[in-house]
Design a protein around this ligand. Structure first.
Ligand SMILES: Nc1ncnc2c1ncn2[C@@H]1O[C@H](COP(=O)(O)OP(=O)(O)O)[C@@H](O)[C@H]1O
Ligand SMILES: [Mg+2]
Length: 243
């Protein structure tokens, strides 16, 4: 469904050129959830922005359903690291934002409730915990009922309990809604919990170091099982190598 073909991204020109991504190719099947891990600054956000159509590849291309991505698509949603909430809008208004931009009138009640935000619809971001703010950001993206959900370290800088809760919610919503997901993370356990496959990137400029299959992914009980621990160990060794 998503095909990234020989993607390269270079910022700037001439002496100032910063190569961020260098010849990355991978695919994500319909309904699949893929985790992308790599050292900080290696080009992960750039990769997601390109898949979302917000930046143009310097070379190579990205196809969704065989169609080249040339701009933001209605069926693709992106969750950024800081949730990007508008402080002067309520939880409901923030969650509705992406829908309204697309001139859609659907209700966000169902998704707010699925994310445990019922009763907080009229609160403002400053009145919420950081974990709740992230969930509003997730609600905003999922309200679109996207076919493709791109997540850029959505759990970064959360305490581990909150992080695990939101990871579990994402797993439930993936089963329920059937979207195709890409989650960027530098948290090894998060990648093993949420990635059916794990794409490991090199330090900048990002190249594909390896792709790990993770067939155990999909159940809440996977976390903490011997297979899970083994996969975490393998991934830690790969990342510890030089990067
Ligand atoms: N708009 C930009 N202009 C110049 N350099 C950029 C720009 N955006 C990102 N970079 C550089 O590209 C590299 C990859 O950035 P990014 O994709 O944000 O990495 P990651 O998300 O893996 O931390 C970094 O060295 C960063 O400084
Ligand atoms: Mg980033």
């Amino acid at each position: 469904m998503i095909e990234v073909q020989e993607l390269s991204i270079v910022y700037g020109h001439g002496k100032e050129a910063v190569p961020a991504i260098d010849g990355v190719s991978f695919h994500v099947a319909e309904g699949e959830m893929v985790a992308i891990v790599g050292p900080s600054g290696c080009g992960k956000t750039s990769l997601l922005l390109a898949i979302d159509g917000l930046i143009r590849p310097t070379s190579g291309r990205i196809l969704i359903d065989g169609e080249e991505v040339r701009g933001v698509r209605r069926d693709v949603a992106l969750i950024l690291q800081d949730a990007g909430l508008l402080p002067w809008k309520t939880v409901r208004q923030n969650a509705e934002l992406a829908l309204r931009i697309q001139k859609r009138r659907e209700s966000v009640d169902g998704i707010l409730s699925a994310l445990g935000l019922s009763g907080f619809e009229n609160r403002f971001p400053a009145e919420l915990s950081e974990g709740m703010r992230r969930r509003v950001g997730i609600a905003r993206a999922l309200a679109l009922r996207p076919r493709v959900l791109l997540m850029d370290e959505p759990m970064a800088n959360l305490d581990s309990l909150t992080r695990e809760r939101i990871q579990s919610l994402i797993l439930d919503l993936w089963w329920e809604m059937g979207f195709t997901g890409i989650i960027v993370t530098h948290d090894i356990e998060e990648a093993v919990f949420l990635g059916q496959r794990i794409v490991v990137l090199s330090p900048r400029p990002a190249r594909i170091r390896t792709v790990l299959d993770n067939p155990g992914m999909g159940r809440h009980e996977y976390r903490g099982s011997p297979e899970f621990m083994e996969k975490v160990k393998v991934l830690r060794q790969i990342l510890g190598g030089n990067g």
